[in-house]
Design a protein around this ligand. Sequence first.
Ligand code: HEM
Ligand SMILES: *[C@@H]1O[C@H](CO)[C@@H](O)[C@H](O)[C@H]1NC(C)=O
Ligand SMILES: *[C@@H]1O[C@H](CO)[C@@H](O)[C@H](O)[C@H]1NC(C)=O
Ligand SMILES: *[C@@H]1O[C@H](CO)[C@@H](O)[C@H](O)[C@H]1NC(C)=O
Ligand SMILES: *[C@@H]1O[C@H](CO)[C@@H](O)[C@H](O)[C@H]1NC(C)=O
Ligand SMILES: *[C@@H]1O[C@H](CO)[C@@H](O)[C@H](O)[C@H]1NC(C)=O
Ligand SMILES: *[C@@H]1O[C@H](CO)[C@@H](O)[C@H](O)[C@H]1NC(C)=O
Ligand SMILES: *[C@@H]1O[C@H](CO)[C@@H](O)[C@H](O)[C@H]1NC(C)=O
Length: 364
Amino acid sequence: MNSLSFLQMMMLIMFITAFGTTKSGVDAQTSPPIARGLSLTFYNSNCPNLETIIRNRLRTVFNNDIAQAAGLLRLHFHDCFVQGCDGSVLLDGSASGPSEKDAPPNLSLKAEAFRIINDLRARVQRACGRIVSCSDITALAARDAVFLSGGPDYRIPLGRRDGLTFATREATLRNLPPPTSNASFLISTLANNLNLTATDLVALSGGHTIGISTSCANFGGRLYPTRDPTMDQTFFRNLRLTCPANSTINTTVLDIRSPNVFDNKYYVDLMNRQGLFTSDQDLYTDSRTRPIVTSYAINQTLFFERFVFSMIKMGQLNVLTGSQGEIRANCSVRNPTSSSSYLSSVVVDDNEQQEVVEGESAAF
Ligand code: HEM
Ligand SMILES: *[C@@H]1O[C@H](CO)[C@@H](O)[C@H](O)[C@H]1NC(C)=O
Ligand SMILES: *[C@@H]1O[C@H](CO)[C@@H](O)[C@H](O)[C@H]1NC(C)=O
Ligand SMILES: *[C@@H]1O[C@H](CO)[C@@H](O)[C@H](O)[C@H]1NC(C)=O
Ligand SMILES: *[C@@H]1O[C@H](CO)[C@@H](O)[C@H](O)[C@H]1NC(C)=O
Ligand SMILES: *[C@@H]1O[C@H](CO)[C@@H](O)[C@H](O)[C@H]1NC(C)=O
Ligand SMILES: *[C@@H]1O[C@H](CO)[C@@H](O)[C@H](O)[C@H]1NC(C)=O
Ligand SMILES: *[C@@H]1O[C@H](CO)[C@@H](O)[C@H](O)[C@H]1NC(C)=O
């Protein structure tokens, strides 16, 4: 089932004929503007080996367990969608964190991803002192998760600062769309809340080219009581075996063609009606996003280009910069004294650099 059907090929040819010679749907710009306070060379002088440390460590981690790549990519997405890319998702008490017992299953992130971030932070601190934020480490880990799974390599702007407040359950639920969302809902909420376009939506959803769903409840409504008509019959029958009931706890890959490889097969799945969530499959049903799906299914280079653009854009959502927030010494908790004292930064390790701490008090 790796090839497209004849009908789909005909449609592709029609599509290419109609749009192939124009720049339709393709932003001429290859990179979004860099947010004020961020830069591609932010740590060049004070932590020149930062990116090498992270990449080499993740190479080892992924050689051992490639599933962790998906966990790290999703972590950065959750961080950015809920109150900006400020590392708030990493804090104990954050509504999608591993310590939050009553987080809905569709929000729970892999516990191991948090441990990997803390391990990376410790390694970076040993080399450079406490100067790299947990939010930057999370962004770099997501970038490397993409590349080390077979995706594109690219540079990301750095200089994010860590937020002081964790993401509440309410804010998390409000900002992360459920997998039952249709394309209309996704297009309008991403545009209204996050300045993300339909093209960004389709490209970023390509993150589902790796990783798993851990509960049938994420798509149970597409299997019971009857088959969602936009779902392929064979795919449906197989999913019913994995999910004998509406909300069975069982794992399912997000991209049946190449579940651990970052490629454009996710879009080929959608064209074959084998997208797992409504939020995936409806991108092919909706006439506004369908041509974008098709264009990525037939041209992986185009997908990679657009994914990089949208990831850089997502990675800069509501970032804290300059003297805002802090550089956490432990990604799971706020620095202990930052809210109570102007002199908080006197308590630092010998090899740490003195950090400028603002006198502002925390928001809680
Ligand atoms: C557009 C709206 C989105 C919805 C509704 C959505 C929903 C979900 C859901 C329900 C899961 C399964 C979680 C579980 O059962 O444990 C999941 C997994 C995942 N999502 Fe999304 N997602 C969206 C966008 C994104 C974006 C933008 C990215 C990254 C660019 C992303 C990356 C991932 C990855 C990598 C996984 C697999 C995680 C793992 O294997 O640990 N998702 N998503
Ligand atoms: C998560 O799943 C629950 C049911 O399991 C549902 O009520 C809720 O709307 C979902 N929320 C998100 C953000 O996916
Ligand atoms: C999409 O979802 C929204 C919100 O759940 C709903 O109001 C709307 O009718 C749906 N649109 C389509 C075309 O299904
Ligand atoms: C919205 O996104 C576009 C790129 O798609 C960018 O040029 C623009 O600066 C962004 N606007 C804001 C307010 O971030
Ligand atoms: C399965 O769950 C969905 C919501 O996820 C619900 O709409 C549907 O009615 C349920 N079906 C059965 C048979 O319980
Ligand atoms: C989980 O899915 C596998 C097939 O993917 C199936 O053999 C197994 O019975 C399922 N487990 C449950 C509890 O339904
Ligand atoms: C695929 O997309 C790339 C990047 O936009 C473009 O340069 C190339 O011409 C496209 N290839 C085809 C066969 O359309
Ligand atoms: C970081 O904070 C968490 C939560 O308080 C704690 O369990 C963990 O041991 C701390 N890690 C380090 C290295 O201090």
